[in-house]
Design a protein around this ligand. Structure first.
Ligand code: 1GP
Length: 244
């Protein structure tokens, strides 16, 4: 069974997933080793690997370290085409469907298509939606798009439905890394009720309570980056509440 088939099976039996996001610019091999160890112990489901930029040159090194030291699947979550890497297990092929920037809807995909076709990466086409979060996040700025207002759940619902009809395999509602406010529970609930796809939620989730709120509202997968960089011990706490 590949990653997506397993995810679909687990989603249909309401088995929630917890993802640790690793932005290579924020980690050294030493700090990633600690997070990998804690993640293995806690039973983290996936690592997402990526960030808005690529300032350091340790992207490839970090992937090979994770692959050599854990059996947790690594999925690329690329901020740009410089972050493609064949050592990972798969890639969230993101189409930024909340925005109207053609480069991020289809342009970069055209450029990366031959690389991806020749790679061994499992391709997970993802309808990626930015949700307004109280501050300008890096992804808002870098994508040059306007996020969906947090109180406009109907826009999020229609966008997610369109993504599903276009054949996306996953929907990802992201408040953006380091968001002041995470995606509201009401929006998560309404989107989940309107689509039949696994729903990923991330951005600004900093406590077990916020993670539980997202899971209870309908998130199948919760992604945490920033808060774990600051407090790796959070991994154990979040993993515990995942299926409570
Ligand atoms: C960002 O959803 C991820 O794309 C995670 O966000 O870093 O705020 O946890 P945080």
């Amino acid at each position: 069974m590949n990653i997506y088939e397993t995810l679909l099976k687990d989603t249909s039996s309401d088995k929630k997933k917890f993802v640790v996001l690793i932005d290579p610019d924020k980690y050294t091999l030493e700090s990633v080793a600690k997070v990998v160890k804690l993640s293995m112990k806690a039973g983290v489901d996936y690592f997402f690997l990526g960030g808005s930029l690529l300032i350091t040159d340790n992207h490839s090194q970090i992937i090979s370290f994770i692959k050599g030291n854990s059996d947790i699947p690594v999925l690329l979550f690329p901020g740009n085409n410089l972050q493609l890497n064949n050592q990972a297990d798969g890639i969230l092929l993101l189409s930024l469907i909340s925005g109207r920037n053609p480069e991020l809807l289809i342009g970069r995909h055209v450029i990366s298509a031959p690389y991806l076709k020749a790679s061994n990466l499992e391709i997970l086409s993802t309808g990626y939606m930015l949700i307004e979060s109280g501050c300008m996040t890096a992804v808002n700025y870098m994508s040059n798009t306007t996020p969906i207002p947090s109180e406009k759940a109907d826009i999020a619902v229609c966008t997610a439905m369109a993504g599903e009809m276009l054949g996306m395999k996953l929907i990802y509602l992201d408040a953006g890394s380091g968001a002041q406010n995470p995606v509201p529970a009401t929006m998560i609930r309404k989107v989940k009720q309107s689509i039949g796809l696994p729903l990923i939620i991330g951005g600004g989730i900093t406590t077990p309570l916020l993670a539980k709120t997202a899971f209870d509202a309908g998130a199948d997968v919760v992604v945490i980056g920033n808060a774990i960089e600051k407090e790796p011990g959070l991994i154990t706490k979040i993993a515990k509440i995942r299926n409570q």
